[in-house]
Design a protein around this ligand. Structure first.
Ligand SMILES: [Mn+2]
Length: 352
């Protein structure tokens, strides 16, 4: 079934006569249109992509199922279309801006407006073969950039130089950009789970955590590795082994049907058993696709279940203030019977 047909079935279940989509990634997902301005209207019978003169030509060239309407007043056009079809119950995305919401309320007054949370995003959780091929490539680019980084790192180079190297490498390898600000946290700063790169030079004996990823044809990768420069002390070696075991334990249990809570517990149990439970301060992971963080999101008590075709991260970490930290993150594809690891950069303890 096409994405549009699936959406329509879900609209019927939700008792919606029409759906207004304003999130640009959701619009891309449904129409293939990539631009900075656009609104989609889906009714029971028809589907429209409304955009301004900068984009209407490229929108038409897509030649898809959506009728392209060139306008700077998308919501006024939508009001007319809804009136023509006699539609009363209209869903809209609660992620739109307050300013747009005010225009929506004023323009569509008299209709039953229903705010929807993550409606299209729910559907985006299960990836198609085409989407998976694209995500695989985004992961390969990150893998290769990491391999090249290992040859580039030496004491005296700054965290920012390492971050710039990764960002440049990924673009050189075909990425359109980075999927979030590259994290390079070295020495004691590695205890910061999200330490953005600074001018701090890498020192002999530093742990270095790099958390980075790219967009390739609009799909994201997200990977973390920690390595050591020159030497590693016993405590950090111990922490590394615990995190690696926890990260592997999550891979071992991953399969369709596993609850989100059990997915998180698989890694957390290993870290708690080692006495570092207090130092694992975030969730085990998140979904990945057009957004670098998207559904599903995991918690220790989540009762929803993993499904085949989901792409999710597995990223346990241990962070000790004034000492350092370790995180290892892979992107995983849930398959029909188990799991496939998409990021293949080495995870054994590396001392450069
Ligand atoms: Mn992540």
């Amino acid at each position: 079934m096409t994405r549009l047909a699936t959406l329509r079935e879900r609209m019927i279940t939700a008792d919606l006569g029409a759906l207004i989509i304003t999130n640009l990634k959701n619009i891309y997902y449904l129409t293939g249109f990539w631009g900075s301005a656009g609104t989609v209207l889906v009714t029971g019978q028809a589907q429209y992509l409304l955009t301004d003169s900068r984009y209407s030509l490229s929108a038409r060239e897509l030649g898809g199922a959506f009728e392209v309407i060139e306008t700077r007043e998308a919501l006024s056009e939508i009001a007319l279309l809804l009136k023509k079809e006699g539609i009363q119950r209209v869903g809209f995305e609660d992620s739109l801006s307050y300013a747009t919401f005010q225009v929506l309320q004023a323009t569509l007054s008299g209709l039953h407006l229903q705010a929807l949370s993550q409606f299209v995003e729910q559907q985006r959780q299960l990836k198609s073969p085409d989407e998976l091929a694209t995500i695989r490539k985004a992961c390969q680019i990150a893998d290769q950039a990491f391999q090249d980084l290992l040859k580039y790192v030496e004491p005296g180079k700054t965290e920012l130089e390492l971050a710039n190297f990764l960002d440049f490498k990924m673009r050189e390898l075909g990425a359109s950009g980075i999927s979030f600000d590259t994290i390079v946290a070295s020495g004691k700063r590695s205890a910061l789970p999200h330490g953005v790169a600074t001018h701090k030079p890498i020192a002999f004996g530093d742990p270095v955590t790099v958390d980075f990823g790219c967009y390739y044809q609009h799909y994201a990768s997200d990977m973390t590795r920690t390595f050591f420069v020159g030497q590693v002390d016993d405590q950090m070696r111990d922490i590394y082994q615990v995190v690696q075991a926890a990260q592997q334990a999550v891979i071992e249990v991953s399969r369709p049907g596993l609850t989100y809570g059990d997915y998180d517990r698989a890694g957390r149990d290993v870290i708690e058993a080692s006495g570092y439970g207090h130092a694992f301060t975030h969730g085990i992971g998140h979904g990945l696709g057009l957004d670098v963080h998207e559904l599903p999101f995991f918690s220790q008590t989540g009762q929803d279940r993993l499904r085949s075709q989901m792409v999710i991260t597995d990223e346990p970490g241990i962070y000790i203030e004034n000492v350092g930290g370790v995180r290892i993150e892979d992107d995983l594809l849930i398959t029909e019977h188990g799991v496939e690891v998409l990021t293949l950069a080495p995870k054994k303890l590396i001392v450069l």
